[in-house]
Design a protein around this ligand. Structure first.
Ligand code: ADP
Ligand code: MG
Length: 699
């Protein structure tokens, strides 16, 4: 895991290069799940368990239970109403149950003939006709019962549970599960340490006498062992990265109060908040050192991170170096560019910009300016990290909305420094933070600065949750806002991740609102529009000529139009909590009282899910991004590993930063000791847990 290899292979290791064609569908699905090595399979722990260790009596079954019964078939018939189905009635002596099959074959009828005794498993529902099971699994009665609970794993299409179970057992048998924890270390759980092998064997196939609650809430000692292992791997990997980084060099950028830094400060139309001044000092101290800065700037939406980045850039420029600022979307990059040009060109600082859809000629001019060093600051999207972009002397790289970027992209930006043996200083900015105290101990490899104060004069945003049935009232409210000279965002949701559908929906809403609000300019913005058109729409909205902007989530991050005071989010129940908070942050940026309306729709006759309701409630109850982050962790729980990774939150599968903070403390204390005294064990431990993914934690 040396530095050299990191630079040569910035991407996480790919699974072994077997030609894709020779892989079966389930094998491909395993790779998709990241289950490549034996140890990956062994560490793929069950989502839940089914109990096939016993037969229950129908009389004792509660509605919603998944039950295994043995019973005699008393009726077996095909009905056509309400649609063609096979109805099988069984009796186990305590009660009867009707089993329904919507798809069935003659073999079903044969196996389920009247008089046969069968063993069936399925979820039991109550109802008008008494107990029912939909599509239970069944076989002839008798035979052995399972000795352990049956694991149910998270899976993907094309990968059956049975196949996955066998694969996991194979992985478990072949994986090297030898001890990597140094002997004699203190254990954070009074119930004592389980070995990794014992813990994994148990969690995959627990004995039926276990308290299911202790498996579910992950308080069982076997779970503790796994969580400790995971947290230790994470801490070891980050600490290793930190130690490697500490050996690197970066140009020491000495702060000059009299230079551009001071001039920008003077030229700004506002004074910095105390929090901005404090984080500015923290960054300046880092930049003055010869070791590359690796700092995360957390600040709620609207806290004013951009200006802090601009000031940091001026420190670099004052010292004769270049700075790059990378943003995740073209709209955001364009806005940053406009704002920074406004601030910096009067000071004589040249700003270049790079986006994917730029005209060839313009791009060539920009590339030349960047390579010659004429442009001191470069703003752009992913276009900034493309191969052919050459900097003259990059010393500071700023990544806005860093959670939206992948690791490879962050590494690529770091690699843009030409000077041998040096790395640029890195400033990463994000508004979807994890609670500060957690961030401090979790990110062993990152220094964290927090802007915990909003600029003065903002009025808190009032948030309301409104049923979609009352859409008309919301439209009326839009009219009222427009009359006061205000502007409005209307956000349409992602439908089943299909861009095409998104678009139909947004287009329809755009048409409806245009009709309902005669004389008002209503604009439409979506990700498929050509950039020039997007820009034209944004310009009209920014200039205040356009009253309402209907958009898909492209406006999600960073957009800054202080006159906008109302945000309507349609089908808010489909958004994640931090996404809702980011969206809401587009209003409340000026002095006017602002509001956010969360429209929700319910599936026909259905209800909102409990977590959807909790998310909406959290939005009404708090405007504080840190509190939102805390609730988000709480609502999502530790299980949603992938979702969490996408939203930039912790990369943990098993441990929960909030409930397991004592385990984190344990891992944090142990990691440096282990690296110093047992480097070989440490390396094996990291390899076991992170394999090729350890790069993820470094960037
Ligand atoms: P974010 O932290 O979400 O990126 P921005 O940097 O976009 O926030 O800032 C939000 C708005 O607040 C911008 O219009 C910015 O110019 C303004 N702003 C930043 N700092 C201050 C301040 N100290 N006083 C007043 N307005 C400020
Ligand atoms: Mg921003």
């Amino acid at each position: 895991m040396g530095l050299a290899s990191r630079h040569n292979h910035p991407m996480p290791a790919k699974p072994a290069a077997t030609p894709a064609k020779t892989l079966s569908a389930p094998q491909k699905a395993l790779i998709k799940l990241g289950l490549v090595r034996d140890i990956d399979l062994a560490l793929h722990l069950p989502l839940r368990y089914e109990d096939e260790t016993r037969i229950v009596k129908l009389r004792d079954v509660r509605e919603g239970d998944t039950a295994q019964i043995e019973a005699t078939v008393t009726a077996c018939e095909i009905t056509m109403r309400p649609r063609r189905q096979l109805l099988v009635t069984v009796d186990d002596g305590s009660d009867t149950c009707v089993m329904r099959f919507f798809s069935f074959y003659p073999s079903h009828q044969k196996a389920l003939a009247v008089g046969n005794r069968i063993r069936a498993r399925g979820e039991v529902k109550g109802g008008f006709m008494g107990l029912t099971m939909m599509h239970p699994t069944f076989k002839a009665a008798g035979g052995n019962l399972a000795e352990a609970l049956t694991p149910v794993y998270s899976t993907v299409a094309g990968l059956a549970q049975a196949y996955l179970r066998r694969a996991v057992i194979t992985g478990l048998n072949h994986a090297d599960l030898s001890e990597t924890l140094p002997p004699g270390i203190p254990w954070p759980d009074p119930r004592g340490a389980w070995s990794l092998r014992e813990a994994l064997q148990f969690l995959h196939h627990p004995t039926p006498d276990v308290s299911l609650a202790s498996l579910e809430d992950r308080s069982h000692p076997a779970w503790i062992r796994l969580k400790c292992e995971e947290l230790l791997a994470q801490q070891l990997s980050q600490l290793t990265a930190k130690r490697e980084r500490d050996l690197l060099r970066a140009p020491a950028l000495k702060h000059k109060a009299q230079g551009l830094y001071g001039q920008l400060l003077k030229a700004l139309p506002f004074g910095l908040t105390n929090a901005q001044q404090r984080v500015g000092r923290e960054i300046a101290q880092d930049l003055a050192r010869q070791v590359p800065m690796h700092r995360l700037l957390q600040g709620d939406v609207g806290a004013g991170k951009t200006v802090v980045a601009a000031l940091a850039a001026m420190v670099a420029v004052d010292a004769g170096w270049q700075c790059a600022l990378m943003a995740p979307t073209e709209i955001l990059a364009t806005q940053h560019f406009a704002k920074l040009v406004g601030w910096l060109e009067p000071l004589g600082v040249k700003v270049a910009w790079l986006i994917g859809s730029q005209k060839k000629k313009e791009r060539a001019a920009m590339l030349a300016m960047i390579e010659s060093g004429e442009a001191a600051l470069v703003v752009g999207t992913h276009a900034v990290i493309q191969e052919h972009v050459k900097f003259k002397n990059l010393a500071l790289a700023v990544i806005d909305e860093q959670h939206r970027f992948g690791v490879a992209q962050r590494l690529a930006l770091r690699g843009k420094m030409q000077e041998g043996g040096m790395e640029p200083h890195m400033l990463m900015m994000t508004a979807t933070p994890i609670p500060r105290t957690l961030a401090m101990s979790y990110y062993a490899d990152l220094d964290v600065s927090v802007i915990d104060e909003l600029p003065p004069g903002r009025t808190p945003i009032v948030t309301r949750v409104v049923s979609d049935h009352r859409r008309d009232e919301v439209v009326a409210r839009i009219g009222a806002q427009l009359q006061q000279g205000r502007q409005v965002y209307w956000v349409c949701p992602l439908i089943e991740e299909s861009e095409a559908l998104d678009l139909t929906n947004a287009t329809q809403t755009h048409a409806d609102l245009s009709e309902a609000l005669p004389g008002v300019m209503v604009g439409l913005l979506h990700s498929r529009m050509p950039v020039a058109e997007k820009k034209a729409v944004m310009d009209l909205f920014t200039a205040g000529q356009m009253g309402v902007l209907v958009s898909t989530t492209v406006i999600e991050v960073g957009v800054d139009v202080p006159n906008a005071s109302l945000m309507v989010i349609e089908h808010a129940e489909r958004f994640g909590l931090s996404q809702l908070h980011q969206l809401r942050g587009r209003v409340g940026r000026g002095a006017a009282a602002s509001a956010c309306v969360l429209l929700y729709g319910t599936p026909e006759g259905g209800r909102l899910s409990e977590t959807a309701r909790e998310r909406l409630r959290a939005m009404v109850e708090t405007n504080d991004g840190f509190e939102i982050a805390r609730r988000d962790l709480e609502i999502r729980g530790p299980g949603e590993f992938l979702g969490a990774r996408q939203s930039g939150a912790p990369l943990l599968r098993f441990a929960d930063l909030e409930t397991d903070s004592h385990l984190l403390d344990w891992a944090r204390a142990l990691a440096p000791q282990m690296l110093d005294q047992h480097p070989y064990l440490a390396e094996r431990h990291i390899g076991r847990w992170l394999g090729g993914k350890s790069e993820y934690l470094k960037a």
